[in-house]
Design a protein around this ligand. Structure first.
Ligand SMILES: Cc1ncc(COP(=O)(O)O)c(C=O)c1O
Length: 402
């Protein structure tokens, strides 16, 4: 009955598959069960002190009013400097937009451009929100499975096969949530080569994990690789992951003016504009010292090495080496079809994730939530000790499967 009163696209939207596990974690914890949760999509560090301080100063100075819809000019100038300094993109401050998180940037870009029947190409595994946002905005998803054999990455051949007359967008996320895969300059060149033949296709480059990239690799964004795509690429980023600022809700983008203007028009009737205090904090983040970024990269790289080593010791799991972000994407096909230590049928990755939670008290998210069954996404945004403890519990669970 209530569903009949809802907007039909919202009624059709699935609640995030990750909530099921997270709700169960909350329930178990409320009963006093000690759970190690490896589900978090955020760094476990505090926001750096100089950024917090600038927010306090913003409050004290009375910067507590509405800002321009597209963001404070001072922040947009800092964003233009960031794009020049870190991505080699030469953009003017008025070719940027600030939103309440990267998620709002993505939502507004798709809502501003999609019409019924338009298709969005999403390489899987994908961030859980992409397909839902596309569907909420009236578009249709065209999912391309990108397996472990291609490093969980979209190849030029697969892209060329997928593009059709209804394709409106391609979403590219590097480093990737959930696999940590990173596109090299050569791989971007190959994709760009295909995209140049299809001028009707826009690209959303989701660079939110840009700074969490390991093994001395250099991050390259699509427009840097192929400047001829600048007039149809929205390059999105934010402060959430790089500066441990997930709760401050600041995301931003650069792209063609017509698109930014449409997104601003939409935003003007929504939020309208991001929190003024957070915007001042984001200026301090972007213009300030970069030691925090370097330090957190080192910490995550160390944890990545630890996780890959320990997870590969668990019989039934294999884990390739993620090149960025803070997720391991472990293949759990070796456990499928077996029984858990307490006798549950491990029919698929979801059953494995549930049994790990119920029997080993470790929470992870099944790969099928991200569009690729047979895997577990394991976030390593926790202390080394907690990660060791979690991996030991996972190993014992795997050893007990029959
Ligand atoms: C791939 C990806 N893109 C975008 C976001 C959105 O980040 P925020 O809205 O915090 O800026 C997230 C958050 O988890 C993410 O994983």
């Amino acid at each position: 009955m209530t569903n009949a009163l809802l907007n039909h696209r919202l009624a059709a939207a699935k609640p995030s598959a990750t909530y099921k596990i997270i709700d169960r974690v909350t329930e178990l914890r409320s009963r006093g069960v000690k759970i190690i949760s490896l589900c978090a999509g955020e760094p476990d560090f505090d926001t750096p002190q100089h950024i917090r301080h600038s927010a306090i100063q913003a409050i004290e100075k009375g910067h507590t009013r509405y800002t321009q819809v597209a963001g404070l000019r001072a922040l947009r100038e800092a964003i233009a400097r960031k794009f020049a300094r870190e991505n080699g993109l030469s953009v003017s401050w008025d070719e940027t937009i600030v939103s309440s998180g990267g998620k709002q940037v993505i939502f507004n870009a798709l809502a501003a451009t999609l019409n019924e029947g338009d298709e969005v190409i999403i390489p899987a595994p994908y961030w859980v929100s992409y397909p839902e946002i596309v569907q909420l905005c009236g578009g249709e998803t065209h999912i391309i499975l990108c397996g472990e054999d291609s490093g969980f990455k979209l190849t030029a051949q697969a892209l060329a096969r997928a593009i059709g007359p209804r394709t409106r967008w391609l979403i590219l996320n590097s480093p990737s949530n959930p696999t940590g895969a990173v596109y090299s300059k050569r791989e971007l060149d190959e994709l760009a080569h295909v995209l140049l033949e299809h001028p009707q296709v826009m690209v959303l480059a989701d660079d939110i994990y840009e700074h969490l990239i390991f093994d001395g690799q250099t991050f390259v964004t699509l427009v840097q690789a192929e400047p001829r795509l600048a007039d149809r690429t929205l390059t999105m980023n934010g402060v959430s992951k790089a500066y441990a600022m997930t709760g401050w809700r600041i995301g931003f983008a650069t792209g063609p003016r017509w698109l930014l203007e449409a997104m601003e028009k939409l935003q003007g009737q929504q939020t309208p504009g991001a929190c003024s205090i957070s915007q001042h904090a984001a200026i301090a983040a972007l213009d300030g010292p970069k030691d925090f970024i370097n330090e957190s990269r080192k910490v995550f790289e160390r944890r990545r090495d630890l996780m890959v080593e320990l997870l590969n010791q668990a019989p039934g799991l294999t884990c390739s080496i993620p090149e960025g972000a803070f997720y391991a994407f472990a293949n759990c096909n070796g456990l499928a079809g077996r029984k858990s230590p307490l006798g549950s049928d491990l029919n698929d990755d979801e059953a494995i994730a549930v049994a790990l939670l119920e029997e080993a008290n470790v929470a992870v998210v099944q790969g099928s939530a991200f569009g690729l069954p047979g895997y577990l996404r394991i976030a390593y945004a926790l202390s080394d000790d907690a990660l060791r403890e979690a991996c030991e519990a996972i190993k014992q669970f795997c050893q007990g499967c029959s």
